[in-house]
Design a protein around this ligand. Structure first.
Ligand SMILES: [Zn+2]
Length: 255
């Protein structure tokens, strides 16, 4: 860990209230995840309480000491009010934050993850895109950045680049035609346009991540495949995802 005083840009993924009036912040920076103690941040007189909120992105001056970082100063750069003031978007952003924390926990370089999450929050708050499209694209790209990308060159069995009724093998992380011999494990339908969208998501420049359109039924398949693939590869579920799906209107959660 860095020791001494330094300046970094960080996004608050989680805040934990401690005794007295402090917070322990879980902060995502380009260098990885840091646990930062914000002394007195819960006090009304605190000069950096805005920067200690969930999803606040700030320039932070911190001091590394022993096993901890201490917050000295913070200048808020973005609060993502478009996400914060919408119940559903905030719930989805909480899932994005939990997922990011899980995959970044062991990493020491997280600049791609930080910009991926910042762009997702911007897209959620400011772009007129369906939440499901942002969720699917973010999840697939994050998994790919973390080393869990499926092979999307074409059917992994016959080599066909435009597989007919393509299926995703969740355990193997490969695509195959529905007409090729079955592989072991769980195979999920993607549809042709879902497969094209998945290729776009995994291969496009970061700025183009949400620049695609896809019919709703194919988007449902792609999003469902992202959830199942994520659970299988990371071997866990996410309470923030369960919560998000629990507050959606019934017609939105059909997969
Ligand atoms: Zn095939």
């Amino acid at each position: 860990m860095n020791s001494g005083k330094f300046v970094t840009n960080g996004l608050v993924l989680r805040q934990t209230a401690t005794k007295e009036s402090d917070y322990i912040l879980t902060v995502l920076t380009a260098e990885g995840i840091m646990s930062v103690i914000a002394k007195g941040a819960r006090s009304r007189r605190s000069r950096y309480s805005a920067a200690c909120q969930f999803l606040a992105y700030s320039e932070m001056t911190v001091t590394g000491k022993g096993d901890w970082y201490y917050l000295n100063e913070a200048a808020t750069r973005e609060l993502f009010d478009g996400v914060r003031c919408d119940f559903e978007k905030l719930a989805l952003a909480s899932y994005f934050a939990e997922l990011t924390e899980v995959v970044c926990r062991e990493q020491w370089e997280a600049s791609e993850m930080l910009s991926l999450l910042l762009n997702a929050l911007f897209a959620l708050g400011s772009l007129q895109k369906p939440q499901r499209l942002i969720k699917a694209a973010f999840t697939w790209r994050l998994l790919a950045n973390a080393g869990f990308a499926p092979l999307v060159e074409g059917c992994a069995l016959c080599g066909c680049q435009q597989p007919e009724s393509p299926l995703l093998d969740v355990q193997e992380g490969i695509i195959r035609c529905s007409t090729c011999p079955p592989t072991s494990g769980l195979n999920l339908p993607l549809s042709e346009s879902g497969f094209a969208a998945l290729r776009h998501i995994l291969l496009c420049p970061p700025k183009r991540l949400y620049s695609f359109t896809i019919p709703v039924p194919a988007l449902r398949l792609l999003d469902n495949a992202a959830e199942v693939f994520c659970a299988a590869q990371l071997e866990r579920t996410f309470r923030t995802l369960d919560y998000y799906k629990g507050i959606l209107p019934p017609e939105e959660i059909i997969s």
